[in-house]
Design a protein around this ligand. Sequence first.
Ligand code: ADP
Ligand code: MG
Length: 165
Amino acid sequence: MQKEFITINYRQTQKLGEFLAGELRGGEVVCLSGELGAGKTTFTQGLLRGLGVKGPYSSPTFVIMKEYQVKIPISKSKYPNKSQNSEFKIQNVFHIDAYRVRADDILGLGWKEIVENKNNVVIIEWAERVEKIVPKGSLWIKLEWQGDKERKIAFNSKYQINFKP
Ligand code: ADP
Ligand code: MG
């Protein structure tokens, strides 16, 4: 199933990322694809915030993979879906920008263990560049530039995103 959203400013794209966070349960690999400036990092910022990671969210420019701890107790979360689900257990969030990274370099970081751990969520920008190491069944989100402030954001997924800009 494909779900499409149009955002008309960067805040809406962040919000969409925040909304997605409310649907994740742990163990997901979130693959962001799209050209430079499409909004992958902007979306990631919202997703990190929604998952309860405290900023600042510096880009993983000097490391292949940036690891964050989820700091905000889920019971305090503003996402009703999350607090109802006692199985929610996301503890660590990993962020990769694969623009200049080789798939093999990621594999060398203990990739298999990271993606198999249900306490983790992994976010990959430029995921299409390292597609061969992306687990099957991952969530793919395609971001497209439509105009100065307009972006099309399409999910390939089962996730119900109750998003109204
Ligand atoms: P990427 O990581 O895909 O290269 P970024 O998120 O770093 O893209 O950059 C997107 C740029 O586009 C930012 O400067 C952001 O402010 C701007 N922008 C304008 N409108 C939007 C929108 N609707 N969604 C996301 N970013 C937008
Ligand atoms: Mg980016």
